[in-house]
Design a binder for this molecule. Sequence first.
Ligand SMILES: [Zn+2]
Length: 125
Amino acid sequence: MICEKCSGDAARVEPQAPAAMELYRCQKCGHEIWVRTHYVQSALPRAAVYAAVVRAQDTADAKKLRLKVARVFARISGFSLTSLDEQFAQGTLVWDLGLYSDSEKHEIVEASKAVGLNIEFQQQE
Ligand SMILES: [Zn+2]
């Protein structure tokens, strides 16, 4: 860090735990400089994201589940009925229903209980 007053060498004042602001002091003229850091922000946990998956046992089961999935996800933004229908048309029995936040996951779980649909949520890294 270069001192803004005398262009001398400013060193961080110790001891100091990670903080939003850190103090530097010029070793030549003693001028103090507060520097904003990003420690506090980066220490926050990242929001969890979940992949929603539904498994059908066979084609007959898939037909029933498709209707339930369409009902449960009707009001969930980020869900693609087109994507579900493509997977259904291909005869896939394990459906990737997209990625959802924790609050969306909660909403989907509540809605799925009402129609008796079992949805797996896989937390993403
Ligand atoms: Zn200085």
